[in-house]
Design a protein around this ligand. Structure first.
Ligand SMILES: [Zn+2]
Length: 562
């Protein structure tokens, strides 16, 4: 009895610990508008969990972004992709806040950044200011919201990270997000796992029927099963003020009144985020573009988002026994949805067998696989695959097919081509391309060493050599050659490349470097005259743009200002 009580007490402690020890008033909303979410923490994304809150900015750019608490700017990261323009604040309590996809920094920070960008002659830059250099007060203007980098529309990406730079759910820090809507249940699935297991007389994934009940819960018609089985769910959550389909906070399973599984999005580490591909049914996602979260843990899955678990969330269904399995999905305000699934243990002798592929290529998850055919070879290192897997690999005259993209890879595998029959001139313009289903050629970063070209990739599919002989195009947007543009605040050009893609660019005026910001989503380079580096009346502009195989375009124009 005493032992049981102790256990109970420690359990309560952990609960209290994880919820209430986090500071509740320390951080404030970084925007001057109420928080409406376009994305939640832990939301399932491509190959990763979303690491912050996506806060809506009224469909526009330029809202003031303020420091969520006092501290100092510890990192400024400016990238073409990813977080775009991003600021990091280190706070005295050990946490870090992150602000991404910014349009521009506050005047003070912008000056600091510009100096470094001009010194390095690069738009992309990563800076780590010293603690005393750029102090900020709570609520101080640090930037304006935008849509830079890998962002699908104007919003602020906001993160709170712990002392080990692990992203945490910012909603656990007392930031108020109005939410009166319960999670939405889209689908429930059952998976026969054991060798002889079945669900409704099949060994394949079964989609179950959801029947809405008057009390807001769902019922599922009785499932007949035997052996080791698991479940999966497609579910999203919505908060007030928007219809974005966001991620849910918590999913639990209860078997006969006892909790057997729990996923909770409180924090995770960037090192584990790609294991999302083990949480979801990846094959189903690739064919249906919908993510089923498994309510059981796969054997090699190290994710830390799991809470209470029995038998890794798997159920052992015995013949002639009845079970009540309940799934509960909960948001941070305690709104919940319940799905009740009665299970009847039933041996069956008319089972539809598991769909199984067997090929000559069995890739082990520990040791990987090597294969060769004609002038091409494939090397999959150990640790790339989550499971031992039979792969379809086919070498034709000029295309190597490495299975299909329905299987996720954790690490790169390598594809190599012998190019000894190409002339030096052809070699220079040749690269390795992934051929997408519609036949489009996509540049895959190609390493060239003598007669051997290789590429590392985490996407299965078709690969071949391709040639790009066309140089990038550069065309002016808001001026023309020889024009007076004294009234312009910016100088804009569009750059693009038809095949291998833009590698880099460099712009000068009268031989002096000028900073141009690159926005890949509209292929635009922008120079701001407020940088004060264009000071003469007559100006010779020169922009050099290279593609990924070294085709170069040099664009020149004259413009006048006073
Ligand atoms: Zn985001």
């Amino acid at each position: 009895m005493k032992k049981a009580l102790l256990f109970l007490l420690s359990f309560i402690c952990i609960q209290v610990h994880s919820q209430q020890e986090l500071p509740q008033d320390y951080f404030e909303n970084p925007l001057n508008v109420p928080i409406v979410l376009a994305g939640t923490f832990g939301e399932l994304r491509s190959n990763h969990f979303h690491s912050g809150l996506d806060i809506k900015t009224q469909q526009r750019e330029g809202l003031e972004v303020n420091a969520a608490a006092e501290g100092y700017i510890s990192r400024i990261n400016i990238q073409h992709y990813g977080y775009g323009k991003a600021l990091y604040i280190q706070h005295p309590n050990g946490y870090t806040t992150v602000y991404g996809h910014l349009q521009k920094l506050s005047p003070k920070l912008k000056d600091y950044l510009r100096k470094q960008q001009y010194a390095k002659e690069s738009y992309e830059i990563e800076l780590f200011p010293e603690p005393g250099e750029l102090k900020v007060e709570k609520g101080e203007l640090i930037a304006y919201s935008g849509n830079t980098g890998g962002s699908g529309g104007p919003h602020l990406h906001f993160e709170i990270r712990d002392g080990s730079q692990r992203p945490m759910n910012a909603q656990l820090f007392g930031l108020d997000v109005a939410d009166s809507k319960p999670p939405i249940i889209q689908g429930i699935f059952a998976y026969p796992i054991g060798e002889d297991a079945h669900v409704n007389n099949s060994q394949n994934r079964q989609k179950l029927k959801l029947i809405p009940q008057n009390d807001g819960t769902f019922a599922v018609p009785e499932v007949e099963a035997c052996g080791e089985i698991g479940f999966g769910i497609t579910t999203v959550d919505q908060q007030d003020g928007a219809y974005n389909q966001n991620g849910v906070f918590k999913i639990e399973s209860i078997l006969n009144g006892e909790e057997v599984f729990e996923i909770k999005f409180e924090k995770f580490s960037f090192a584990e985020t790609r294991h999302l591909n083990q949480l979801i049914d990846y094959e189903y996602y690739m064919s249906n573009r919908s993510r089923i979260q498994r309510l059981y843990k796969t054997p090699s899955n190290p994710l830390s988002i799991y809470g209470n678990m029995q038998n890794e969330g798997l159920l052992n269904i015995k013949d002639s026994l009845d079970y009540q399995y309940t799934i509960r999905v909960t948001d941070l305000k305690g709104n919940e949805k319940l799905i009740r699934i009665p299970i009847k243990g039933q041996i069956s002798d008319k089972i539809v067998k598991r769909e199984k592929l067997e090929t000559e290529y069995l890739a082990s998850s520990d040791n990987g696989l090597s294969a060769k055919g004609g002038k091409m070879d494939v090397y999959i290192p150990g640790g790339s695959l989550y499971n031992d897997t039979y792969l379809d690999i086919n070498f034709s005259d000029d295309v190597v097919t490495v299975h299909r993209d329905e299987i996720p890879l954790h690490k790169n595998f390598t594809i190599g081509f012998d190019v000894s029959d190409l002339s030096e001139e052809d070699k220079a313009k040749t690269f390795i391309a992934r051929v997408s289903d519609n036949g489009r050629l996509n540049y895959s970063t190609t390493y060239k060493k003598g007669n051997r070209f290789t590429t590392g990739t985490r996407t299965f599919g078709n690969y071949r050599l391709a040639q790009d002989t066309n140089a990038p195009s550069v065309r002016p947007v808001n001026f023309y050659d020889g024009q007076w543009i004294s009234g312009n605040e910016t100088l804009k050009v569009k750059i693009s490349d038809d095949l291998s893609g833009i590698q880099d660019f460099r712009a000068t005026v009268n031989g002096k470097f000028i900073l141009m910001e690159y926005e890949y989503k509209n292929n635009t380079l922008t120079h701001y005259f407020s940088d004060d580096v264009v000071t003469e009346t007559e100006n010779d502009l020169k922009i050099i743009v290279n593609d990924n195989v070294g085709n170069t375009t040099t664009y020149t124009a004259k413009f006048f200002r006073k």
